[in-house]
Design a protein around this ligand. Structure first.
Ligand SMILES: *[C@@H]1O[C@H](CO)[C@@H](O)[C@H](O)[C@H]1NC(C)=O
Ligand SMILES: *[C@@H]1O[C@H](CO)[C@@H](O)[C@H](O)[C@H]1NC(C)=O
Ligand SMILES: *[C@@H]1O[C@H](CO)[C@@H](O)[C@H](O)[C@H]1NC(C)=O
Length: 493
């Protein structure tokens, strides 16, 4: 039971509670910004912009069946900003942000790409919340939903894409905007959804901007060590000493923990908010701190640099753990460090999604890893999910339904109009599409970028490479529109 609880608590973190990685909580967080840094108290979208209007669409619970319960409906939230829209009579475009594993409110607040570029394209913006999250839950509670065997079966990506299709068709009808081209956009899991939406619903979306979408992390297309090797490289690039110190610290933690008063020593050294009950709580905390620092390694602060500067400055200190702690303080100076991971709607919902179809085998196998070896164990993962939900994860379903194997060969033959954007310092970029596939399936990547940086709000002082990445994406979308409006004119003549 203790272990079971741990999976729940540590779901969003990346942990190695055992020698192997097989717990459903082992998929690192997938979100445009570090959920721990997100302002969770956004009740009122009007404080973000008075131009936002909230609507609810009467959504069908089950798009793929005709059983009586399939016809059940639930209110799905979508939010519109029509301030810059050029109108249906001009066939002005629609930017559709596809929500991911959380309430839509937080995303609306942080996304810059849509409102910053809507004026130049005279685009309407719509943000659609993912089913089961936020205010789009059929029974009003994520906890209740995932416990309900009949209901949670409808909580999957295929149903979510069908929701988006219905909402967008509904919106076009409502606005009489039949010929308005739609570009779908998303980040992380939402980025995967955006790219898959373009492949599954080309008649609804003209193109997709898929930011930091690890669509190749399924079914062992990407080596399991991909994620953590990028984390390791990020730290090693900043400082060899930093990398070595962290690498050595795990054994040291184990050594101290095995002393009679070891946990008390560790609690004191790492200023934990409450006394440590298990050294794993500390290693989990450190692991997820390093992983997040790498994933959200954004300018101007660059968290990995902050941590390494802390460690390097303390390098005269003999004690390895004091040095590691100095790194944590340099990154986040807090009165105490809370080693208990927060359980959130996102952690509960995503755990179900990973235990059903979003099976991403992430492990640690490299001999030069900054982290202790922790190979992915599919069998253990399956057993854990069975204990949690009584179901066997469909580890191959994502590639069966969406593809991914031989992606160049496959997509170059039939697909078009997808931007896969990545920052190569983002550990999830290891499973991103990093090379152009055709003249309209394009990889727009930056060497020093991190997770979803391109779609976040631009800032004064953004580095030139980031400004360029965003401009490049705008130019590509402009070309898609150019061709689309040309075809429209030709066909309507
Ligand atoms: C939603 O649609 C269903 C089925 O068409 C209908 O029975 C129900 O009244 C609708 N609910 C709302 C709030 O419009
Ligand atoms: C630590 O985090 C947990 C989970 O979010 C929370 O319940 C607890 O109150 C926090 N403790 C402190 C001392 O902040
Ligand atoms: C990336 O960052 C490194 C280290 O800060 C720097 O040396 C390098 O020039 C940067 N690369 C690009 C392409 O900006």
């Amino acid at each position: 039971m203790r272990v079971l609880l741990q999976w729940l608590l540590f779901f969003v973190a990346t942990t190695f509670t055992t020698e192997t990685m097989g717990a459903p909580n082992k998929t690192p967080k997938l979100s445009p910004i570090d959920p721990r840094l997100r302002d969770l108290n956004i009740d009122n979208l009007a404080t973000v912009s008075s131009d936002l209007e909230t609507f609810f669409y009467n959504q069908t619970l089950d798009h793929f069946n005709y059983k009586p319960e399939s016809y059940t409906t639930f209110p799905q939230r979508y939010v519109i900003n029509s301030k810059w829209w050029g109108g249906a009579h001009n066939n002005a475009p629609i930017f559709a942000y596809l929500g991911a594993e959380g309430a839509i409110d937080g995303d609306i607040k942080i996304l810059g790409f849509l409102p910053e570029n809507a004026p130049r394209f005279k685009a309407l913006i719509v943000y659609i919340e993912h089913r089961f999250y936020g205010q789009s839950n059929p029974v009003g509670s994520m906890e209740k939903s995932v416990k309900n065997k009949n209901l949670r079966g409808y909580f999957n990506s295929a149903q979510a894409l069908a929701d988006y299709a219905e909402v967008l068709e509904h919106l076009k009808k409502k606005l009489h905007a039949h010929n308005s081209p739609i570009i779908v956009m998303g980040g992380s899991y939402g980025g995967m959804l955006a790219s898959w939406f373009r492949l599954k619903y080309p008649h609804i979306a003209l193109g997709a901007l898929a930011s930091s979408a690890p669509i190749l992390y399924f079914d062992n297309i990407t080596p399991e060590d991909g994620y953590y090797s990028v984390v390791t490289n990020d730290f090693r690039e900043v400082s060899e000493n930093c990398y070595t110190t962290i690498r050595k610290s795990w054994d040291e933690i184990e050594k101290v923990a095995s002393k009679p008063n070891g946990l008390a020593i560790l609690s004191q050294k790492f200023k934990t908010c409450s006394p440590l009950k298990d050294p794993v709580d500390l290693t989990n905390f450190l692991d997820s701190t390093y992983a997040s620092a790498a994933q959200y390694n954004a300018p101007p602060k660059y968290p990995t640099t902050q941590i390494c500067q802390g460690i390097d400055r303390a390098s005269k200190t003999i004690d390895i753990l004091d040095r590691v702690y100095a790194g944590i303080v340099a990154y986040q100076n807090k009165p105490c460090y809370n080693m208990t991971q927060q359980v959130s709607e996102t952690s509960i919902g995503w755990q179900w999604q990973t235990c059903s179809e979003m099976v991403m085998p992430i492990g640690i196998t490299s001999k030069v890893s900054m982290f202790p070896s922790s190979p992915y164990d599919l069998q253990e993962f399956i057993n854990n999910c069975k204990k949690l939900y009584g179901v066997t994860p469909r580890a191959h379903w994502a590639t069966t339904y969406y593809g991914g194997h031989d992606i160049r060969l496959v997509l170059s033959k039939f697909a078009s109009n997808i931007i896969f954007s990545n920052g190569l310092r983002d550990p999830y970029s290891s499973a991103g599409v990093l090379e152009d596939i055709s003249d309209s399936i394009l990889a727009v990547k930056t060497t020093n970028g991190s997770h979803c940086l391109d779609i976040l709000s631009s800032k004064e002082g953004d580095p030139e490479w980031l400004v360029k990445q965003r401009q490049e994406e705008v130019q590509i979308i402009k070309r898609w529109f150019g061709k689309y409006y040309h075809s429209l004119r030709v066909l309507k003549q």
